[in-house]
Design a protein around this ligand. Structure first.
Ligand code: ADP
Length: 463
């Protein structure tokens, strides 16, 4: 099952918190435990020595033990879990906790064993006894046997301290977990809210509402990038939609005009209004040729834009090819009073000769169409490391910066009235671009309204 970003982030934060808390608790426990154990063992040894020292002070110089004090020391020690037995040098027992109160001794040891088993299980330790010598003025005066639960034991106070520490750790852990989940939810909200809005906008775009741009900004760089990408996508789709709409209208218009002329001519001849003269039939024929040309262009375009179109590439001299094309155009240029020049030298390209010829013809015929009398057209052939460069520069009417991005689109014409005299169907550049792209080349345009246009065709040498 797919879970939301919110849930995932909150769970991740919680998991990280739990792992951190567990690790901290574990490490604190292990570390503290070790330190506490060492401290307790050391403390026990000190206590034992202090006890032996205290006992030695209960011996007066006239070689008498202070039985009363020794008994009170012994009872006190017993209350702390230490069972002492004092004997003099001859082995005579001066005071023995077991004799004094055997029941209490057993009870104390059982109580400690109980506490320790709770913590460490049965292998925690056992009752052990240690022997200390008792001195008076550097002379040995007896032996003190101290029995206790070893190697170390925790008193009731120690256990209470450990329990409080554990409770504190648990409390801090719970608090950290609570804040981690809270922070996780907050972060998730910060991330998922803009994403949800982007998703909504993308859904709107998918449904064709390209105007629903996302206006908000996000503090997260990736989300901001996603928003601008979606907005760009919407804009591109909007442009495409408008171009498509225009294209259908343009095709209809391009077909309707010659068909209407053809229809009215034929009707007039059928109704006997016009006599079917050669001139009139020729005019009809011209219109039908015009329709045919348009359909042929569309067919070619579809072919060039299909993925499996095959080029028949050969090595040939592009300078020579362009020279011949110019030669064929010479009369038209002369009639319109435009100068045409070719600069460059012999360059070998590896390309589909017919198709490249079509590109050059389309570009030169455009410069002829859109350059007024006394203008200049210059064609330059050059090369770079990897490409052959063909530039077609004219001093014609130029193209505005608003129209420039669209002139390679199908049926796009700067003159929206689609006046016959000022241009063709608006497919010439689309075909040129498709052919150049097929050669893995590039076609670009620079233009200055009222001053002129420069088309640059780059063809990979590829030899
Ligand atoms: P068309 O058949 O209308 O010439 P193209 O695809 O060849 O179609 O060109 C598209 C449009 O680009 C033209 O309608 C024209 O407005 C503009 N154009 C192309 N070449 C030039 C040029 N050399 N100078 C000015 N405008 C040009």
């Amino acid at each position: 099952m797919k879970s939301s970003l919110k849930t995932k982030l909150a769970l991740t934060y919680a998991l990280v918190a739990i792992i951190s808390i567990l690790m901290i608790s574990l490490m604190t426990n292990v570390f503290l435990e070790k330190q506490f154990k060492e401290y307790t063992i050391e403390n026990q040894e000190n206590k034992n020595k202090e006890l032996a020292d205290l006992i030695s002070k209960q011996y007066s110089d006239n070689e008498n033990w202070n039985y009363k004090s020794i008994e009170s020391i012994g009872i006190n020690a017993l209350e702390q879990g230490l069972i002492i037995k004092l004997s003099d040098n001859s082995g005579k027992v001066i005071w023995d906790a077991a004799t004094h109160n055997n029941g209490l001794c057993k009870q104390m040891i059982d109580h400690i064993e109980n506490n320790m088993t709770k913590y460490y299980g049965n292998s925690s330790g056992k009752y052990e006894e240690k022997l200390y010598t008792v001195h008076n003025n550097n002379n040995k005066i007896g032996n003190l046997q101290i029995g206790y639960y070893g190697p170390f034991y925790y008193s009731d106070n120690d256990i209470e301290f450990i329990n409080t520490l554990n409770k504190l750790l648990l409390g801090v852990g719970m608090l950290a977990l609570f804040f981690a989940v809270l922070l996780g939810l907050f972060m998730a909200k910060m991330l998922s809210n803009p994403i949800s809005r982007v998703v909504k906008a993308a859904q709107n775009i998918a449904n064709g509402f390209y105007n629903n741009k996302i206006t908000e900004k996000s503090e997260t760089a990736e989300i901001d990038l996603l928003i601008s990408t979606i907005n760009n996508l919407a804009e591109t789709l909007e442009n495409q939609k408008n171009l498509r709409k225009r294209m259908s209208a343009d095709i209809a218009h391009e077909l309707r005009t010659p068909l209407a002329t053809l229809q009215s001519h034929l009707e007039a001849m059928i109704d006997g209004i016009w006599k079917p003269s050669t001139e009139r039939l020729e005019s009809c024929h011209e219109e039908s040729l015009r329709i045919n040309r348009l359909i042929g262009d569309l067919e070619n375009l579809a072919e060039y834009e299909s993925e499996n179109y095959k080029l028949s590439k050969v090595k040939y001299d592009i300078y020579d090819q362009i020279k011949k094309i110019i030669y064929n155009f010479q009369a038209d240029f002369k009639n319109k009073g435009i100068n045409i020049n070719l600069n460059g030298k012999r360059e070998i390209v590896f390309a589909d000769k017919d198709k490249i010829s079509q590109v050059i013809i389309n570009l030169i015929s455009n410069s002829l169409k859109y350059t007024p009398k006394d203008g200049n057209v210059e064609i330059i052939i050059d090369k770079s490391d990897k490409e052959i460069i063909i530039k077609i520069k004219d001093t014609g009417r130029g193209i505005s910066s608003e129209d420039l991005p669209y002139i390679f689109e199908r049926f796009y014409r700067v003159d929206k009235s689609r006046n016959r005299l000022t241009g063709g169907a608006g497919i010439g550049l689309t075909i040129a671009k498709a052919i150049v792209n097929f050669h893995k080349g590039n076609i670009a345009v620079k233009s200055n309204l009222g001053k002129g246009t420069e088309f640059t065709v780059l063809l990979p040498k590829g030899i």
